[in-house]
Every structure is written in structure tokens, then in C-alpha cells.
Design a protein around this ligand. Structure first.
Ligand code: WAQ
Ligand code: MG
Length: 267
């Protein structure tokens, strides 16, 4: 492969006193990967959650060509308060077949004082399936092509949602839900001033919920609900299989809670 065509995985993780502060990653051509090292370093050092004392940046040549996938369809539900937001998230999860106990386990995990670097894998009834309880599962080796990213920016900008946080979370979720064994996901940022979270599934797409948590809270996390068979295969896919978003599935804009049933039918 020529220097310009091969893709590298570039990953950043920042910590303070051994505790995870922030992370980011993408797939880039070699020349761009070199520039991203500087950008990720700067971003790690200026992250809102506190100054890290260690930043690790990894550059890794991919062994296989990344799988090309579309981004999930994007929707935002109108919401003003965490209590309502949580109810909406639960309606969405229930529609994906997640039981009450599954939701409770996910909320408890997300509400823990010290977050993990990764998310957790749960079955639909809330049984923890990933082997390393203190580490969780880190979804890795995903990215978006420059062209799809430009289109995504344009699509999101039409609704005033074009932020790096949204684009990156959408890329992560698009990778996760491209796997047929993944049932649903609940995500709340651990950033104290980022209160929008989301529920995602292949059918629902990526459904953003503003004010899913109170302003100022550092609690956050991700729970991935999966089928119980072939957990090692799902883990391997989430952590190691390179996947790149190369197309979009559109955006439904801002909807009210009444539209939730339609999200499950419109395909
Ligand atoms: N793999 C698995 N879990 C992760 C990963 C990853 N690569 N990155 C973060 N997490 C987990 C981890 O437990 C974090 O504590 C938690 O998710 C939150 O991470 O459209 O910014 O990076 O406006 O703070 C949602 C965007 C933003 C909603 C989510 O997450 C929107 C966000 P953060
Ligand atoms: Mg964060």
C-alpha cells in the first residue's frame, strides 16, 4: 500500500492519578494521522474534566481493510428535564426488548461515582457479560471517511447539532450497532457540562435525549445490551475489528415524545 492510501488507527487516552479522564480515536491516512497526534495531544491537555498527568497516543497500522458501514439515522427528542428524559430513554429501551432489571443495572452503572474507561456489556435482563469488571469494554478502531464526515457536518448543521461530541458518538454507535448481536445502547456523557445522552439500536437509529442528566454531574457511562451467545465474538468485534463510516442514513430532526412509536416502524 502506498504511504497515502493505508489507514492508521490513532487513539488517545488521558488519565490523572491513574484515573481515566478522556479519550478519542479515529482512522486516518498516514499524513493526516501525523497531524492528528498533535490535535489529540492538545485536546487531551485542554479537556474540561481536569488536567491529565499522562496522555497516551497510539498509532497503529490496520492489518485488514476496515469494514464500510453507514452511520445510524439521527433523531433528537424534545426534552427539558432529566426525569422526563429518563422516561423517554426507558420507553426506547423497552421497545428494544430491554427488561426493567436490565435498565436498572444500566442506570446504576452509569450513576457510579467513578466511571470506567469503557462501557459494560449486559444481557437484556441486566446480567453483566464482559469479563473484566474494572475495565469494561472499549469500542475501538472506528472512524469516518473525510467525505462522510463533511456530509455529516452539513446534515447536522441544518439542525444546529454539528458538534464534535455528536459526530464522534455517532461514529462509535454506528460501529456498535452494525453488529447483529447488539440489541441496544444507553449512553450518558461523563462530562459535567454535557447533558445530552442517547439511546441507539439498529432499528431506532441514534436517538439523542437532551437534559438526560443534571448539569454539573460527572457521572456517565455506556451500557451495551447484547444477545447472550458468542460474547467473545462480540467483544472481539467491538474492540478490534476496524470499521469506517462511509455513508449516512439521514436525520429525522427534532421530534416530540409522541413520535417514539414511529421510530420503531419507520425503518
Ligand atoms: N468504548 C466504550 N465506552 C466508552 C468509549 C469507548 N470508546 N468512550 C467512552 N466510553 C464510555 C465511558 O464509560 C465514558 O465514561 C462514557 O462512555 C462517556 O464517555 O449526540 O461524550 O466520551 O449529543 O464522555 C453523547 C453525545 C456524548 C450525545 C457521549 O461520552 C449527543 C460522550 P464520553
Ligand atoms: Mg467524557
Amino acid at each position: 500500500m502506498s504511504r497515502n492510501s493505508r489507514l492508521l488507527s490513532v487513539r488517545m487516552r488521558a488519565s490523572r492519578d491513574g484515573r481515566h479522564v478522556s479519550g478519542a480515536e479515529g482512522l486516518y491516512s498516514e499524513p493526516l494521522a501525523v497531524r492528528m497526534v498533535g490535535r489529540y495531544a492538545e485536546r487531551a491537555l485542554t479537556h474540561g474534566l481536569g488536567r491529565p498527568d499522562e496522555v497516551v497516543i497510539t498509532l497503529e497500522a490496520l492489518e485488514v481493510k476496515p469494514e464500510e458501514i453507514p452511520a445510524l439515522r439521527v433523531t433528537t427528542l424534545q426534552n427539558e428535564e432529566p426525569r422526563r428524559g429518563r422516561q423517554m430513554a426507558e420507553r426506547l429501551l423497552a421497545g428494544c426488548g430491554i427488561g426493567t432489571q436490565g435498565m436498572r443495572t444500566a442506570w446504576n452503572f452509569i450513576g457510579r461515582r467513578h466511571g470506567l474507561r469503557g462501557g459494560i456489556l449486559l444481557d437484556t435482563e441486566g446480567v453483566r457479560l464482559d469479563p473484566n469488571l474494572e475495565r469494561g469494554v472499549r469500542v475501538s478502531r472506528m472512524g469516518i471517511s473525510r467525505r462522510a464526515e463533511r456530509d455529516l457536518s452539513r446534515m447536522l448543521a441544518a439542525f444546529d447539532w454539528d458538534h464534535q461530541t455528536v459526530r464522534e458518538a455517532l461514529v462509535l454507535a454506528s460501529k456498535v450497532h452494525a453488529h447483529p448481536k447488539v440489541v441496544a445502547e444507553l449512553c450518558v456523557s461523563d462530562d459535567p457540562d454535557y447533558t445530552t445522552g442517547y439511546v441507539a439500536s439498529r432499528r431506532l437509529g441514534y436517538v439523542r435525549i437532551p437534559h438526560l442528566k443534571k448539569e454539573g454531574s460527572r457521572r456517565g457511562g455506556r451500557a451495551f445490551f447484547i444477545g447472550v451467545t458468542d460474547v467473545p465474538g462480540v467483544l472481539e468485534y467491538l474492540e478490534r475489528t476496524p470499521v469506517i463510516v462511509t455513508s449516512l442514513k439521514g436525520c429525522l430532526g427534532l421530534l416530540t415524545e409522541d413520535a417514539i412509536p414511529d421510530l420503531f416502524t419507520e425503518g
